[in-house]
Ligand binder design. Structure first.
Ligand SMILES: [Zn+2]
Length: 277
């Protein structure tokens, strides 16, 4: 856990399918070309089969998109910055006993922008994604497609794989932040834009046009536990102050001054001094 809670934020939004969304293959065939990025679960809710986008899958999509957007981000699978930090700490063992040294803060400072937000083996994540459930009606479809050999990339003759997809669905999503910097939220809003532009897609078979989504009905709620941050836009709840903003455009306008490609912005480590949203 964090030593101290400075702030929290929740972004609630809906994701509407623009193109069919791959759910899963009907069989567990090894040749299933989409198995590697099969990010959807189908589960029962109230006795009915329901497609669910797991929070961990949403987190994966947002993280890899943000790794591309933020300069200096590590590739968590290739060369995670956690390894570099551990090495450095081993070398500087004595520094940690100095007075006023804060290990958590130092690790945050040393981490790449993506790890600062999403965490690593060395620091806690500041962002979490809830499972997304569909709201209202949706259509589940079945299709057969030629199976691709995952090793050779060639189409296997006579090999078909069956898969399921969901269409005309609306997923209710929620992203939560704890001890966030304003640029964390700005980076997520930037991914929203990229989803709406079709650059960021979900599930399997995206090369065939599957998995395009549209973000809508966005709302942002922020809380600060330091009441000195109070401005006229906040309501005082005695323990914290809070504010809610609706609509992606309105929310974006509050972050206009935050440049997520500016290294100086990404390096900031003092939450006490981060301006209130
Ligand atoms: Zn990193």
């Amino acid at each position: 856990m964090f030593k101290r809670l400075y702030n929290e934020a929740v972004i609630s939004f809906e994701m509407k399918t623009v193109s069919p969304l791959f759910i899963n293959s009907g069989d567990s065939d090894q040749l299933d070309p989409a198995a590697a990025d099969n990010t959807f679960l189908v589960m029962y809710r109230n006795g009915e089969l329901v497609p669910v986008i797991p929070g961990s899958s949403l987190k994966g999509v947002f993280r890899s998109s943000i790794e591309q957007l933020l300069p200096g981000s590590c590739d968590i699978f290739e060369n995670p910055c956690a390894r570099r930090i551990r090495q450095k700490e081993r070398e500087q063992g004595r520094k940690q006993q100095e007075e006023g040294f804060e290990l958590g803060k130092e690790r945050y400072r040393e981490s790449c922008p993506a790890c600062k937000m999403f965490g690593s083996t060395m620091i806690k994540s500041r962002i979490s994604f809830m499972d997304a459930y569909p709201e209202g009606d949706y259509r589940i479809g079945h299709r057969a497609s030629a199976a691709i050999d995952r090793i050779t990339g060639a189409t296997r003759r006579n090999a078909l794989f069956e898969f399921e997809y969901v269409e005309d669905a609306l997923f209710k999503c929620e992203i939560r932040f704890r001890n966030f910097f304003r640029w964390h939220i700005k980076a997520v809003l930037e991914v929203f834009n990229r989803i709406n532009q079709g650059f960021v897609t979900f599930g399997g078979l995206t090369s065939k046009g599957f998995g395009q989504m549209k973000i809508q009905n966005v709302s942002l709620k922020v809380k600060y536990y330091d009441r000195n941050k109070k401005t006229q836009d906040y309501t005082d709840q005695s323990l914290f102050i809070e504010r809610e903003i609706d609509g992606l455009e309105n929310i974006l306008s509050l972050f206009e001054d935050v440049v997520i490609t500016d290294n100086a912005v990404l390096q900031g480590c003092d939450l006490e001094n981060d301006k209130a949203v």
